[in-house]
Design a protein around this ligand. Structure first.
Ligand code: HEM
Length: 510
């Protein structure tokens, strides 16, 4: 039906096959979405944009940083939302910040953003650093018991699950200390809800036959998951209200929002000096408040936010930590330089935990984390949905007319690995982010947390968590490859493009 969609616009594309479009290799699980897009990224790079048939859905792939900047920042009003498909997939997901649309999204975003400023992060830092201590003790015990070849994603997932539970949801998860932790089982189930084989089937069904999907009343989030977040968010709020207890976490901030006691100012409480290079700077949305009361009174919205903070926060950060540790094990000189920076601080601590300020002032640590986010961005691509027609000037005498309903892809991973923006892109080189070099990074070519008003709301939390864990791990252990460490990291052959290999590493006590 849409066969000539791109041809009419003069946009280059690869010939699709009926029904499956350009996704045959994805469906047959032969290659990942990243590898699939990569071929055409280089073939059509000169055109700044190319077409891709995601099954029957024509999707524009943007390859030019300047165009990405215009779509995500300057002309954001035309591209406020993500693809509606996600909201249709699951009604709870539709109420998360990620799934919300238009005016309601704007109001929710400006309501939630004060929760993620650096001043609020400092507030939750104490809870997190307590977990970092537990984590190190656990690692030491493992090392003493001779267990020294560790699946790093598994342990880091346990740490990030505990981190999100304690500082976002307001309870102790006990995932690191207790192998059989209930929360960790829940976490695995949630991940499976969204990435398991049944989820893949539901995604496909919703994509190919949306009316049938709706008629069958299917959803991705299971009843157990919804019940869990109801208990973790609504019941906890009620309990605190009843017992008049408070705790420095996101639930508390949500309670303040509900009562209208948290001031809604997007740029409040940020400390640029302490934010990492990759941190997203929140933008003022200037939205007229129309729906806020309706949102605040609907408990489904708060359950949904608990869910999205968890999904968006725990898997991404643990994947980032996995890739950084992998690269540090492979690049020992870089690891040594980072250790020396850490050790300078450790010497001043007298056994105490590093402070928020000292952690965030560490330059080399920030460079290593920024490079980790470049080489293996946990979200390898993201979409935008055109909600108002838009004529894009490609700057080479050509124009593309985006129509309401069009879907666009921003291929973060490919831009991060494009030698035009990052020379010798496969090399793990934190110096790209040194004071001398970082200003030459082109906006729109480095997007680990996305760009513009819709970028990741939790970037400061993620950076704080990753830095805190790396600090503690490297202060106590040297990371070395084991005989089971993979040579390189590749992607799962599917749309999720997760790391395919199990990354085993050894942690030697210093
Ligand atoms: C290394 C860790 C993380 C990475 C790489 C990451 C990356 C991203 C990306 C790429 C987006 C989409 C941005 C766009 O469309 O331009 C996003 C959105 C989002 N992230 Fe993160 N994220 C991380 C951690 C977190 C954490 C810790 C939280 C919460 C505690 C979080 C909450 C969210 C939410 C709620 C959204 C949707 C924002 C909206 O649509 O307004 N993320 N993230």
């Amino acid at each position: 039906k849409h066969h000539d969609f791109f041809a009419k616009q003069g946009v280059p594309f690869e010939k699709p096959i009926p029904l499956l479009g350009n996704t045959i290799n994805l469906i047959l699980q032969r290659e990942s979405i990243v590898c699939l897009t990569k071929r055409n990224y280089y073939k059509f790079k000169g055109s700044k944009i190319f077409g891709f048939f995601n099954l029957m859905q024509p999707t524009y792939v943007l390859t030019d940083p300047d165009i990405i900047k215009r779509i995500t920042i300057k002309d954001f009003d035309h591209f406020v939302n993500h693809d509606q498909m996600l909201a249709n997939l699951d009604s709870t997901f539709g109420k998360t910040l990620f799934g919300m649309h238009g005016q309601k999204w704007k109001e929710m975003r400006s309501t939630l953003s004060p929760m993620f400023t650096s001043s609020k992060m400092k507030m939750t830092y104490g809870l997190l650093s307590h977990h970092a201590n537990d984590f190190i003790k656990h690692f030491e015990k493992q090392a003493d018991n001779g267990k020294n070849d560790i699946d790093v994603l598994e342990v880091f997932s346990r740490f990030t699950a505990d981190g999100i539970a304690t500082s976002t949801l307001g309870f102790e998860g006990d995932c690191v200390q207790n192998e059989k932790s209930l929360l960790y089982k829940m976490v695995k189930d949630i991940l499976n809800d969204f990435t398991g084989p049944l989820a893949k089937f539901k995604f496909l069904l919703n994509f190919a036959l949306p009316r049938l999907y709706k008629a069958l009343n299917l959803s991705v989030t299971s009843k157990e998951t919804k019940d869990f977040f109801k208990r973790a968010v609504i019941d906890v709020m009620d309990e605190r209200e009843r017992t008049k207890t408070t705790r420095p976490d996101v639930i508390q901030l949500m309670m303040e929002v509900k009562k209208g006691q948290l001031e809604v100012k997007n740029d409040e409480g940020n400390d640029k000096e302490l934010d990492g290079f990759a941190a997203h700077e929140e933008m003022n949305l200037k939205s007229n408040v129309k729906n806020l009361q309706e949102i605040v009174d609907d408990e489904e919205y708060w359950i949904a936010q608990g869910l999205i903070f968890f999904i968006a926060g725990f898997d991404t950060t643990s994947n980032l930590l996995q890739s950084i540790c992998f690269n540090l094990a492979k690049n020992r000189a870089i690891q040594q330089e980072l250790y020396e920076e850490i050790n300078e601080i450790v010497k001043t601590l007298n056994g105490k935990q590093v402070s928020y300020e000292a952690l965030h002032r560490m330059k080399f640590l920030d460079m290593v984390v920024s490079e980790g986010l470049r080489i293996q961005p946990p979200a390898p691509q993201i979409d935008r949905f055109c909600s108002k027609d838009y004529k894009m000037d490609l700057g080479n005498g050509k124009f593309v007319n985006f129509k309401k309903g069009d879907v666009l892809f921003l291929p973060f991973h490919l831009l991060h690995h494009d030698a035009e923006y990052f020379p010798d892109p496969e090399k793990f080189d934190p110096l790209r982010f040194s004071d001398e070099n970082k200003d030459s990074i082109i906006t729109g070519s480095y997007l680990p947390f996305g760009l513009g008003p819709r970028a990741c709301i939790g970037s400061r939390f993620a950076l704080m968590e990753a830095k805190l864990l790396l600090f503690n791990v490297l202060a106590n252990f040297e990371i070395v490859p084991s005989s089971r460490t993979p040579e390189k990291l590749t992607f799962t052959p599917d749309f999720n493009a997760r790391i395919n290999e199990t990354v085993y590493l050894q942690f030697k006590r210093r």
